[in-house]
Write a protein that binds this ligand. Structure first.
Ligand SMILES: C[S@@+](CC[C@H](N)C(=O)[O-])C[C@H]1O[C@@H](n2cnc3c(N)ncnc32)[C@H](O)[C@@H]1O
Length: 242
């Protein structure tokens, strides 16, 4: 499907040396119903539904991510992958006057959908590219945000995504990850989430089996890591300082 004119006007299509703009097979096979089909976008782009999927924790997790980026977001920020809901419009509202926000995604309809949620703004660019081959030079960004992306990616893709996030963030800058986390044994939703993962999210259990840090590249380990869990440990905020 062709993105609407507004999306094309907002998007800067920049490709890295090894970039592919083909929708990866894992996404077409496992998540066509969530991100690719036009009806999926119409269905899921509802605040209440996104909040329901997160058992009422959407605002809490969104605000934890935004607060980590700052009350006023300065410098250059990269959001890797679009998300349903109002995370990015709220991030846009926090941008300081001279700040910049780039949002990348591999699915054009997701960029088009996001463009429809944002006010026209020269500080914001939507970029069609793969998280495993980002468009930017080393040490371009002050901070990078990955909001519920890693659990949807197969291990090799997750490793490349994290390696790219660590590559494009400046030394001293941070990579902020919000995603699933292995909940406490007593967690009443643990059996349900196992079933959900088995049926719909084939790679998500890997974030229960290992921490996110296990997928970081050895050559770009963070100098500091800070973690916080939410909702009995089902969700996590991880801050990796480059
Ligand atoms: C951030 S994740 C999950 C978001 C979460 N379920 C939500 O909407 O609140 C979904 C996005 O990741 C994007 N995505 C998945 N794999 C990607 C990749 N390799 N490169 C860029 N974007 C990717 C999808 O196209 C989709 O827009």
């Amino acid at each position: 499907m062709t993105p609407p004119a507004k999306a094309i006007a907002l998007a800067r299509v920049t490709r890295g040396t090894h970039a592919t703009t083909h929708i990866p097979r894992y996404l077409r096979q496992a998540y066509w119903w969530a991100y690719i089909h036009p009806r999926a976008v119409r269905l899921f782009e509802r605040g209440w539904l996104v909040n329901l999927i997160l058992f009422g924790n959407y605002a809490r997790l969104r605000d934890a991510a935004l607060d980590e980026l700052g009350p006023a977001v300065e410098g250059r920020t990269l959001q890797v992958a679009c998300v349903y809901g109002d995370l990015t419009p709220r991030l846009q509202q926090r941008l300081a006057p001279g700040a910049r926000l780039d949002v990348v995604d591999i699915v054009p309809i997701q960029l088009a959908n996001l463009a429809g949620k944002l006010a026209p703004d020269e500080r914001v660019a939507l970029v069609h590219c793969d998280s495993t081959s980002l468009h930017a030079a080393d040490a371009t960004y002050d901070q990078v945000l990955l909001f519920f992306l890693l659990h949807e990616q197969p291990e090799i893709v997750r490793r490349w995504t994290l390696a790219e996030a660590m590559r494009v963030v400046k030394p001293g800058g941070k990579v902020v990850v919000v995603d699933y986390h292995r909940p406490a044994k007593w967690h009443p939703l643990r059996p349900l989430m196992r079933l959900v993962f088995r049926a719909l999210e084939p790679y998500a259990h890997e974030l229960w089996d290992s921490g996110v840090e296990a997928f970081l590249p050895e050559q770009a380990l963070p100098v500091a890591t800070r973690a916080k869990t939410f909702f009995g440990g089902l969700y996590q905020l991880l801050v990796l300082t480059r």
